[in-house]
Ligand binder design. Structure first.
Ligand code: B12
Length: 342
């Protein structure tokens, strides 16, 4: 996310963008968030997608809504300078929204308000119009609650309203390119695009009802998806940002986390045929996590024909992992040297 470090002056002061600007109008656009799914993970091999990314790409929806407001302003004040933003420009959206009293800056680092929790998008209209400022006191309602901090599986949140994005599942599954750091893979669980844990556990958030299974894609189907299939399924959704390779990488990690032997065939097939080394290497890792005779045989076979060093390294590691694993009830049992002696 190096783009965040670009143009810091413009980020902090929109007048650097255009000196005529005088006001920021902050808009909040609520979205619905289904409850954690009813399906039985890891028996049912489905991946979770953050609720903001279910349905059509929010950028289009939110920008269209902001433009409707902008047009109303333009009609009332012909000739006014008006610019709309959603996520796209160098704009600190939560800070403007907090200044506008749309909510408070929550411990999970999202903006929260008492009506919608944190399930709303932000957008802004920058304008040269001046308004009479009506200030209201800033109140925060997190109190001593620290559920989001305690329940984040990768410990991405810290005291002081801070996030370490490089540990955040949302960052890892959407923005991060390349391999998922080894020590964070298990924390991803079955999240394959974004994550809602720090929102789901927040007492201010309410779900809109049960998560239908079709909102949680079958992971083994995803592993077989080619570029065209990805474009057809996710071309109009925010999920396209992860790109096909990123999404399949995440799905492979989720399948590895499931430790469910029903994932083996799809993983072996993708490790053998997928055109992207990133996907093949994460399939190798996942096979190392699943105690099943087929995964060991497939890893050994792949080792003899894999051209990419990065994948070979993962295959080697996975085979070592398999050597320290014994099949028991179809689930992995990991031993340290001491435990094996007992
Ligand atoms: C980069 C980014 C991310 C990154 C990094 C997140 C981050 N905290 O910076 C990642 C990929 C991890 C991410 C994840 C998510 N994101 Co995001 N993300 C953004 C984006 C594009 C930029 C954020 C930014 O500028 N960061 C820069 C750094 C410098 O900010 P910072 O680390 O938070 O620190 C600064 C401020 O926060 C401030 N600050 C720190 N502490 C405090 C305390 C108080 C009281 C105040 C006033 C200020 C303050 O000072 C710091 C220095 O300036 C914004 C859109 C935008 N343009 O604003 C959306 C945005 C913040 N994301 C959004 C969403 C929905 C999410 C997710 C929920 C998506 C998901 N379900 O997976 C998760 C939530 C994860 C989390 N707990 O934050 C929404 C949030 C809506 C809301 N209600 O708050 C936004 C506003 C997009 C939008 N247009 O709606 N996101």
């Amino acid at each position: 996310m190096h783009y965040l470090a670009r143009d810091p002056d413009r980020r902090f002061d929109p007048r650097q963008l255009d000196p005529r600007l005088r006001s920021v109008i902050s808009l909040a656009y609520p979205y619905t968030a289904p409850a954690p799914p009813a399906f039985q993970w890891p028996d049912d091999l489905r991946g979770r997608i953050a609720s903001y990314a279910l349905g059509p790409d929010y950028h289009d929806r939110v920008l269209a809504a902001a433009r409707t407001v902008a047009e109303a302003i333009a009609t009332a004040k012909p000739g006014a300078l008006i610019r709309c933003y959603v996520d796209t420009g160098p704009v600190l959206e939560r800070e403007w929204a907090a200044e506008s009293r749309l909510g408070w800056f929550g411990r999970n680092t999202n903006l929260l308000n008492v009506h919608h929790g944190s399930y709303f998008f932000l957008s802004e209209i920058f304008t040269d119009l001046e308004f009479e400022a009506v200030d209201r006191p800033y109140r925060e309602h997190c109190g001593r609650c620290r559920r989001c901090l305690d329940l984040c599986p990768t410990n991405a949140l810290a005291e002081g309203y801070l996030i370490e994005p490089r540990r955040c599942i949302s960052y890892l599954t959407i923005e991060h390119r390349g391999p998922i750091p080894m020590e964070l893979r298990s924390g991803l669980g079955n999240w394959i695009f974004g994550c809602d844990i720090c929102q789901e556990v927040c007492p201010w958030n309410e779900s809109s009802g049960p998560c239908e299974p079709e909102l949680a894609p079958a992971l083994t189907d995803l592993m077989a998806m080619d570029v065209e299939g990805f474009r057809r399924r996710y071309g109009k959704s925010a999920v396209k940002r992860a790109k096909r390779g990123g999404l399949l990488r995440n799905a492979a990690v989720a399948l590895g986390n499931s430790k469910n032997p029903a994932a083996v065939d799809a993983l072996v097939s993708a490790m053998t045929h997928d055109p992207e080394a990133l996907v093949r290497s994460h399939c190798a890792w996942a096979l190392g996590e699943i105690a099943d005779a087929r995964s060991k045989a497939a890893l050994e076979q792949a080792r003899s024909r894999e051209p990419e060093q990065s994948v070979l390294t993962e295959i080697g590691r996975a085979l070592e992992q398999r050597a320290g694993t014994c099949a028991f009830d179809g689930r992995n049992q990991h031993f340290t040297g001491d435990e094996q002696l007992r």
